[in-house]
Write a new protein. Structure first.
Length: 159
């Protein structure tokens, strides 16, 4: 079942790339007592994700912070090494918290997985964005084709 507005995000542990190597980070550490924008995408280094999705949130990070967002997080069913290399390639430093949901546990728990097998990608995350306050979903935008409702511009309009 897909998560919906008003639901509490499930407990999960992600890996995040750091200068000291991949580090574990829990949903409590990310969301507890904070306003968080989480956007998820099918894969690091994929065309729309690299050309528009991640760059939009990186470029508008200050606007999100000005609207009271504590953390902007990017989630993908990739490993922390790939997420770290992608962050470096995209020039992302601390504007966006890169989250590797390597086994897809969180993605499955929120019911937003997709089958990318026909592209040789296996099980991945759908493209979506959500706004959470203290771990509770306030807005949820799941793409239904064209890249629009999970964009930085669209989410900014919801804050």
């Amino acid at each position: 079942m897909t998560i919906k507005v008003g639901d509490k995000l499930p407990e999960a542990t992600f890996m995040t790339p750091t200068a000291d190597g991949p580090q574990a980070i829990t949903t409590d550490q990310i969301f507890k007592g904070k306003k968080v924008v989480l956007f998820a995408l099918p894969g690091a280094f994929t065309p729309t994700c690299s050309a528009r999705h991640l760059p939009g949130f990186k470029e508008k990070a200050a606007e999100f912070k000005a609207k009271g967002v504590d953390t902007i997080a990017c989630l993908s069913v990739n490993d922390a090494f790939v997420m770290g290399a992608w962050a470096k390639d995209q020039g992302v430093t601390d504007e966006v918290l890169m989250l590797a949901d390597g086994n897809g546990d969180f993605t499955r728990a929120v019911g937003l997985e997709m089958d990318g097998s026909k592209f040789g990608m296996g099980s991945r995350s759908q493209r979506y964005a959500l706004i959470a306050e203290d771990g509770v979903v306030k807005e949820l935008n799941v793409e239904q084709g064209e890249f629009r409702v999970s964009s930085a511009e669209f989410v900014l309009g919801q804050l």
